[in-house]
Ligand binder design. Sequence first.
Ligand SMILES: Nc1ncnc2c1ncn2[C@@H]1O[C@H](COP(=O)(O)OP(=O)(O)OP(=O)(O)O)[C@@H](O)[C@H]1O
Length: 559
Amino acid sequence: MNKRFSYTIPQMTRRLLRIAAPVKGLLIISTLASILGNLAQIGLMSSGALLLLASQKLIPANPALCAAAMAGCAVVIVAGRYTEGVISHAGAYRLLADMRIQLYRTLRPLAPACLIDREKGDILSIAVSDIETIEFFFAHTIGPLFTVILLPCVTLLLALHFHPLFAAVLLPVYLVVSLLFPLIAVRSGRKVGMEYRQRLGALKSMVLESVYGLRDIQIFGWGPRRLEQILRQNQQINRSAHGLTLHRQTVSSAPTFFIYLARILILAVASHLAATGSDQVAGTVILSFAATASFSSTQSLTMVVSNLLETYAAAERLFQLEDTPPAVSHPVSPKSCGPIRQVEFDRVNFSYAGQSKPVLDHFSLLLNPGDKLGIMGESGIGKSTVLRLLLRFWEPDSGQIRINGIPLEEIDPQELRRRIAVLEQDTFLFQGTIAENIAIGKPDATLTEIQTAARRAGLHDFISTLPEGYDTPMGEMGSRLSGGERQRVGIARTMLLDPDLIVMDEPTSSLDILREKELLYTLQKACSDKMLLLVSHRPSTLTGCTRLIRLEHGKAVPV
Ligand SMILES: Nc1ncnc2c1ncn2[C@@H]1O[C@H](COP(=O)(O)OP(=O)(O)OP(=O)(O)O)[C@@H](O)[C@H]1O
């Protein structure tokens, strides 16, 4: 296999067919409809030939019957195409929905450790446009593949029936057009297909980043240079698209030569047979018409193959993401830890991939009931890393983290998420109302519960001043709220979960001194009965802590 690619074409085809298994019935019906429609096309051309011959009295057939057969075939062609299109798309779109759900399930255990280095726009591109591209495989490939085997067989049988010489000249042409060309097309075009999809993903990433970073781009006058970068990306995409078009045109035009060659060969055989005394006028006419119909279908296979290049490139990108091993494993038989009373880091060593110096070096820490522990230290020393390990986003290289004496890796991750709440530098708000945003950790919460949580977070009075109260829409990413208000939504979320331990990472870093004071006061009141692990390099944020440690050279030093 080519090292550039992670999967061979047969491997990907098998995997795509496994994905298609739930709509097998629909795909079989659409394939049968496609075959029927294509056979009817041969039928239409052949009965057309018969009509011509009968009208000239060259064969003893009823012209009216031939015309009726032609009309019948035309109806079957239309019905076949319609059925194939409707049924295959119904199946394909169901599969696309399944694939998107499956991708979401894949992303969950990968986040955040395995996705941190991936561009968000690229993931978006896989989730939306790559999956959309795979539709082509389900809706437009399986039918033509069967057709391309069946139609040449039927035409060759017809040729054999008239004279073996006809079959002898047609067989090599079919082998070239139906087998050799598609294989060459796939092998020669995989790289260009992959390049195009990758560049498309990169461009989407860049555009997404530019939209998110629009404020900074404007503030720092970076617009013209950013535009230049996007234009460069665009040019690269255009180059790849041009390569893809060239490839598509080549593979769709090349078979035409062989198709004309086949017609010439049929006439040459007919002339030879006439010259040698075995007249085959009827055979020649019928075969010419039938071969034309069969070639029009087999020729479309090259187009299918050429479109498949993008499909396989899209599938490869999806499968690569799906096959990424998660950074942490799910416990085989998850244990319940019960209400958190104790958290212990026991000689934990940790470094991120590619780092030569460990972030944590024999780091030990004990957290007991009621503890409100503050972790301080210089920027980049590893404070957030301590929290990420406790939340099991990454796993220690050695040493152990235990909750109530149970190793973290054995505890049910769902229970862990319920018992430990997190408040970060900024609270991400989703589209939806303010009530829905507070309740994301407990979607079945009643309005009274949401209001109680908002009161504890010091947010209720503010919400009451809004004309739509708890039903106020948040706007894109909570753009309607200030940094402090967003953090209070985060606290309200935490309060609604009623966790045993609250982990906070620089919760006040985006606030001015006045807002910080207000928020800390709220936090102290709201979290008085909780264990707290608070990370900050601002001493003012840590004033309410009962115990402080400083992180130095990967170790905890009491303050
Ligand atoms: N995903 C990652 N991959 C590689 N290195 C990382 C990753 N995340 C953090 N680091 C590095 O690990 C070190 C510790 O990072 P960490 O975020 O824990 O520091 P911190 O003390 O919380 O910093 P700050 O106070 O500035 O937020 C830093 O040198 C940082 O660059």
